[in-house]
Design a protein around this ligand. Structure first.
Ligand SMILES: Cc1cc2nc3c(=O)[nH]c(=O)nc-3n(C[C@H](O)[C@H](O)[C@H](O)COP(=O)(O)O)c2cc1C
Length: 248
């Protein structure tokens, strides 16, 4: 089994890095023989879309005969995904959604004719499904009873992954990091990790069919979609408790 472990935060002392590391450790309990491939978008950011790549994606004709080298970065990153049996992503929430470092990766992975088909009914994924675990760190609170900001990260990232065929997803949010001191962080991480469902990984080891949908206690896109009509109050305003920090 090969785990593709992706981090996004530029910070070494990052909550999402520690969470993704803890997720990988959980996976290794189920699959101790697994190998790990690292893709660190935080410390080695991908270039944003350059003219050569954008030109290649401009039309079916340019995609059919792309300029030399135009698809090389995209191809290498897609092959990393294809070589993985399980994917773990640790990412911060930045301005209600994914950081641009993760968006740059998405822009290379979602490619018509290679990882997805464009059909009249929408995009259809071409990659084999495999479990994806996403640890999300946020300074405030974006899901649950105390959410006070919209969440464009979970629905967006979920759709982006599904559009290439990665449908088995678990989102594990670690929220209110702005109010965690050094001593509280490990407990908050444990709580975030408690929702993980390792069944899809155990199923892989047993050689069972690939699970098509999320099962168990983990969070799916549908679980955390913001309520219709929910309003976004200003970020980081109010008391720490109002923002979801633990009451002291
Ligand atoms: C540019 C930027 C934008 C941010 N936007 C949000 C946000 O929209 N919502 C939120 O809850 N926290 C936001 N934060 C706080 C981060 O989500 C929080 O610090 C998180 O712990 C960062 O992840 P890391 O610890 O893995 O680096 C933002 C931080 C930065 C640097």
């Amino acid at each position: 089994m090969n785990i593709l472990h992706i981090d996004v935060s530029p910070r070494q002392e990052s909550h999402s890095r520690q969470l993704s590391k803890a997720i990988v450790e959980k996976l290794l309990e189920v699959a101790p023989e697994a190998s790990i491939t690292r893709r660190d978008l935080g410390t080695e950011p991908l270039p944003h879309t350059v003219a050569l790549y954008a030109g290649a994606l401009a039309s079916p004709a340019t995609l059919a005969a792309p300029p030399k080298g135009a698809l090389d970065v995209s191809e290498a990153l897609i092959r990393e995904v294809e070589a993985a049996d399980v994917i773990v992503i640790g990412t911060p929430m930045y301005n209600f959604t994914v950081p641009s470092a993760l968006k740059a990766w998405i822009d290379q992975i979602l490619r018509v004719g290679r990882t997805m088909k464009s059909t009249p009914a929408g995009k259809v994924g071409m990659l084999r499904d495999r479990p994806v675990f996403i640890g999300v760190a946020s300074g405030g609170v974006f899901t649950g009873d105390r959410a006070n900001q919209p969440d464009f990260l979970t629905p967006y990232l979920s759709l982006a992954l599904r559009s290439v065929g990665l449908k088995t997803q678990q989102f594990l949010p670690l929220q209110a990091t702005a109010f965690l001191d050094r001593d509280q962080a490990p407990l908050a991480r444990e709580k975030a990790l408690a929702a993980i469902d390792l069944t899809p990984v155990a199923d892989l080891r047993d050689g069972d069919a690939w699970p098509a949908v999320l099962s168990g206690a983990g969070r799916s896109y549908r679980d955390v979609r913001p309520a219709p009509g929910s309003v976004a109050p200003a970020m980081f305003s109010g008391t720490p408790q109002a923002l979801g920090a633990p009451a002291s």
